[in-house]
Ligand binder design. Sequence first.
Ligand code: ZN
Length: 273
Amino acid sequence: MQAGRKREIRKKADVFREKCKISRYGIIDLFKDCERLGYKLLRYPLGENADLGFTVKKDNDIVIFTNSCSRLSREIFTLAHETGHVILHLEEGSSFIDNNITINGRSTDEKEREANYFAACLLMPADDVGRFIDLEIQSFYEKGLSAMDIARIMSEFNVSFDMALNRLESLGVIDSNQKICLDNEKIERKVSNLLRSVGGNARLNVPGNEIEIPYEYIDYTIYNYNHNAIPKETLERVLACYQLSIEDVSDKLVEHRSDDKDDLDDLIGGLDD
Ligand SMILES: [Zn+2]
C-alpha cells in the first residue's frame, strides 16, 4: 500500500472514530456506534466454519452481517473491517464477503488489505495506543510489555490478543522477537487467565453468540413466508428473536395453499350437505 493511500485511510478512520463513543482510549461499543450511524446490523451464530462477515449496499441501506460464533474480540474486528469496506469501497449494489483469509491479513487483495488497515487504525490508533502505554503501563520504560500488559490493551481497545500484537509490531512498539516471546507467554498462560488477572473483559475471549436482526426483517421474513420462500419454522425462529409468535402477526400472513385446500374441502363438504 502506498504511503499516500495509507494516510488517506488513516484520515477516514479518524473521521469515523470521532463519531464513536470513546472511553479514555478505546471505542466502547462499535456495534452501537454503527447502529447509531444508520447501518443495519445483523448478528447471527452462523457456525464456526462459516463466513465471518459481509456487507452490502442495497436501496441506500447499508447492511453489515457478523458471525457471532467468533470470539467477541474477533467479531468486533470483523465489524471494523466491514466498516472499512463501507467507508472505502462500497457502491450501490456492491457487496463484500469475508472469511478467515480476507480478515486475518493473508489475502493479497488490495481492498482486503485496505479494510484491515482501516480496522487497525479505527480500533487502535497510533496516538491513543502510545498514550495508553505511556500513562497506564507503569513499567513500560524499564521492562517493556508483558503478556498481562497485552491483556490490559485488549480490554481497553476491545481487540484480540493477536490483533494487539500485530498492531503493536506494525507501530514499532515491539519487535518481532518480543512478539514471539509474548505469543509464547500467551500460549503458556492462556488469554482467559491473563484477562482475569488484570481484571479485564473476559467476554472478549468467548463467542458472543448474539442474535440481532433489524426489526424491518420481520416484514421481509413475512414477505418471504407469504411467497412460500421459507418454511413456517424459519418464520417462527425469526419471530422468536423478538419474543413474538405466529399469532402476533397473523393479520399479516397470507393463507397458505394447504389452508386454501381446507377451505375448498369445507366448501365441497358444504355442497354435499
Ligand atoms: Zn473484506
